[in-house]
Design a protein around this ligand. Structure first.
Ligand SMILES: [Zn+2]
Length: 153
């Protein structure tokens, strides 16, 4: 018999992301983005309906603790194809807001992590699930490719 009193625990998608303003770690439930999550320290909004810039130092924590699929765009500011595919990534982040955590990793600012991830070309898109790499794509990707990577298509 179904227990209707406990609710559905699978409906929550907790993630830990660092505030882009003050770098405080915040626990956010992706399934409740409509509530407009704010940083617990500085009070500024945490926008997860668009790619969230992740610093090297908090990457592992964010990936390993994510209770939702994660898509990471490993990019560089000078990279033409990265800029070219930015609208597709923005589109993806907006469409799957609340379901998928979309991160941007600046490879120039994160050399050690980039090496550990085996980044050999940019952009590299990596999908993570339960803290493990699920799939990756090297080179500019369109919306459909991103959906396949993450497995939401
Ligand atoms: Zn903050």
């Amino acid at each position: 018999m179904a227990d209707a009193t406990t609710g559905d625990p699978a409906a929550t998608r907790p993630v830990v992301v660092h505030c882009i303003f003050c770098d405080t770690a915040n626990r956010v439930d992706l399934s409740r983005l409509v509530d407009g999550p704010k940083c617990g320290d500085c009070g500024r909004p945490i926008r997860l309906d668009r790619p969230h810039k992740v610093p090297e130092g908090s990457f592992d924590q964010t990936i390993s603790s994510a209770g939702a699929p994660v898509l990471v765009d490993c990019y560089a500011d000078w990279c033409g194809p990265c800029r070219m595919m930015a609208p597709a990534l923005d589109d993806f982040a907006q469409r799957y807001a609340g379901q998928v955590l979309v991160l941007k990793l600046d490879t120039d600012a994160s050399p050690q992590l980039s090496m550990r991830l085996g980044i050999r070309g940019i952009p590299t898109l990596i999908a993570f699930e339960h803290g493990q790499e699920r799939a990756r794509h090297v080179g500019a990707a369109d919306l459909r490719t991103l959906e396949k990577l993450v497995g939401v298509a």
